[in-house]
Ligand binder design. Structure first.
Ligand code: ADP
Ligand code: ZN
Length: 597
């Protein structure tokens, strides 16, 4: 508790932290499941400081390691890392510090840890504890599988009396069991905190003109904020980045096709500069620990609810309001289903992937709370309304679409189940096109039976039918629509079908300010102070070559602006100001505050 305040500058523990810390300090093992941004790091950092010897942290992510170490050093904790980014001399110096007992915390990459040389080093020191970060990397079914993680059980064999803690943000039951089994944590205390991220606002819009929609979203709600825009393909990443740049945004592309040094440079700018937007494939994000990412936008559908939650979870780690925004349309579903069918994996695997995609599409189409849908998916039982997602904020109307669906089914059936959504819509509307005339479909009894809806509305109906598997899209060929087993119940009128009423135009949200946060001070004086603090932070960060947030978080500045400390004693009370930072930066920032008061 004392360390929490004096080193980290925090007034109280977050849920579960204290429990884990006490358990570890007393020598027990633990498995900690907490969402991104939940505060996992403190769970091993404080015990490592309290217990004699050095805490050894296994982490697969080099950039994260560097960030954590810079942050700890800013707070006066004796921390270092060993990984492949260092030269031999630097590595040697760290080893020396370790042997001299001059480190509280040492971060190592798993491949380094497992070398005989390093394991031997460990026998010559007192390990305070072993922390295994991103523990889901042991799971062979997960997307972050790391072979070396399987061998980490060696730690327990060699050092049976050193407490171990495994940490992950991956929630599901099977991954948890795999971690326990593979790391030999049967005796460990399992601590699970809720997975809700209440500060993230979830919004899923119907795709119309996705680029314009994105532009409006960023321009109206997140101007000047740092954010990530996810696209499926490299090509789309490039073109979207280019386009946003033309519109005047500070934006950089990131995908696996870019040279390593370019990728590193772009990632670095994202971390170290303010207000950079990264347009990326999912290659970007693992190990991005930037606390003030204010939005994550998806221009394409992720593969599953898990992937969606993980990707959107990179927003708002600092707990301040953030937005997860996605544009979604029929084409996305068709494309992803095609990718699954065409992939060369086992039928069993495909079935799993289809199922996962269906769950995500379900999330896109729900008319009830999105957060509830997501959290239920992870086995939680959240309240009915969260009040911070689009469906809670602007309730979605439904309508009885049974007759409309029947009309679609008839048209699909009578044209031989070989045409796509566009053509079927033309038939429903009774369009006079060359193609329809050539094929003689103008004589069908269903020609022109759907004039009560317009093109956009029919598209919406068809999309929802596909989403619910009431229509099949031929994924091998040209996207032709076919009836499914389930279609017949609706066709025969045995089941009623309620559909979502899509919003015509996303209403211009004038007062979306609620989703704005940092820098949204209404008083001009507050705003100027805020900018001045951030500017000074940027200068210090640049001088030291570290990201700004390791100096002070935005949340800390917000508190300074609101509370306006007048001396160091008051400064000490601000969240995030520990003794060391007070000493290093207290006077400097105090002066800025006083100048602005
Ligand atoms: P995780 O590793 O679980 O994603 P972190 O350990 O990086 O999360 O913590 C997320 C953020 O919360 C960090 O900015 C951290 O400084 C902050 N934080 C953690 N614990 C507390 C606390 N008890 N009080 C205030 N802030 C905290
Ligand atoms: Zn909600």
């Amino acid at each position: 508790m004392h360390i929490l305040q004096s080193v980290f500058g925090y007034g109280s523990f977050r849920s579960c932290q204290e429990e884990v810390i006490d358990h570890l300090v007393a020598g027990g093992d633990a498995l900690v499941l907490m969402p991104t941004g939940g505060g996992k790091s403190l769970c091993y950092q404080i015990p490592a400081i309290v217990r004699p010897g050095t805490g050894v942290v296994v982490s697969p992510l080099i950039s994260l390691m560097q960030d954590q170490v810079s942050g700890l050093m800013q707070s006066g904790v004796r921390a270092a890392y060993l990984n492949s980014s260092q030269d031999a001399y630097e590595g040697f110096r760290v080893e020396e510090q370790l042997l001299d007992g001059r480190l509280d915390l040492l971060y190592v990459a798993p491949e380094r840890l497992l070398t005989p040389r390093f394991l031997d080093l460990l026998t010559r020191i007192t390990p305070a504890l072993f922390a295994i970060d991103e523990a889901h990397c042991v799971s062979q079914w997960g997307h972050d599988f790391r072979r070396e993680y399987l061998q980490l059980s060696v730690l327990h064999k060699r050092f049976p009396h050193t407490p171990r803690i495994a940490l992950t943000a991956t929630a599901d039951e099977s991954t948890r069991n795999e971690i326990v089994e593979r790391l030999g944590l049967e005796e460990a205390k399992v601590v699970v905190s809720g997975f809700d991220r209440p500060n993230i606002r979830y919004r899923i819009a119907q795709k119309r003109n996705p680029r314009e929609q994105l532009l409006r979203f960023i321009g109206e709600e997140h101007e000047g904020d740092a954010g990530i825009v996810y696209c499926l393909s490299r090509k789309k990443v490039e073109s979207t980045a280019m386009w946003l740049k033309e519109k005047g945004f500070k934006v950089l592309p990131y995908h696996a096709g870019l040279p390593v040094d370019v990728r590193r440079r772009h990632q670095d700018s994202f971390l170290k500069e303010e207000g950079v937007i990264i347009v990326a494939t999912i290659a970007f994000g693992l190990g991005i620990d930037k606390p003030n990412v204010r939005f994550v936008a998806h221009l394409d559908l992720p593969k599953s609810v898990e992937a969606y939650y993980q990707e959107t979870g990179r927003a708002g780690r600092d707990g301040l309001p953030a937005t997860a925004w996605m544009a979604y349309g029929l084409q996305d579903v068709v494309m992803l289903r095609q990718m699954i069918e065409r992939s060369e994996t086992s039928e069993q695997r495909k079935r799993v992937e289809r199922h996962k995609l269906d769950a995500l599409v379900g999330l896109c189409e729900v008319t009830t709370c999105r957060r509830r849908t997501i959290l239920s998916h992870f086995g939680e039982t959240p309240p009915d309304h969260c009040g911070n997602c689009d469906t809670c904020l602007e309730s979605v109307e439904t309508w009885d679409g049974t007759v409309a669906a029947q009309k679609v089914f008839s048209c699909v059936y009578r044209t031989g189940q070989i045409f796509g959504a566009g053509y079927i819509t033309d038939i429903l509307l009774g369009k006079d096109s060359d193609r329809i005339r050539r094929l003689g479909h103008g004589r069908l009894s269903t020609f022109g039976i759907g004039k009560e809806l317009d093109t956009a509305e029919w598209r919406s109906v068809i999309r929802q039918l596909v989403a619910r598997n009431l229509l099949d899209v031929d994924v091998e060929g040209f996207g032709s629509l076919r009836l499914t087993k389930e279609s017949y119940a609706v066709l025969k009128g045995e089941a009623k079908l309620y559909l979502r009423k899509d919003k015509r135009e996303e209403k211009r949200r004038k007062k979306v300010r609620a989703a704005r946060h940092t820098g949204s001070f209404t008083e001009a004086g507050d705003r100027r102070l805020w900018e001045a603090l951030r500017k000074r932070r940027a200068d210090i960060a640049r001088e030291q070559g570290v990201p700004p947030y390791v100096i002070f978080h935005d949340t800390t500045f917000m508190e300074m602006v609101v509370r306006r400390p007048v001396d160091l004693d008051q400064m000490r009370l601000i969240t995030g100001v520990g003794e060391r930072k007070l000493e290093m930066y207290g006077n400097e920032f105090l002066r800025i505050i006083i100048e602005h008061s």
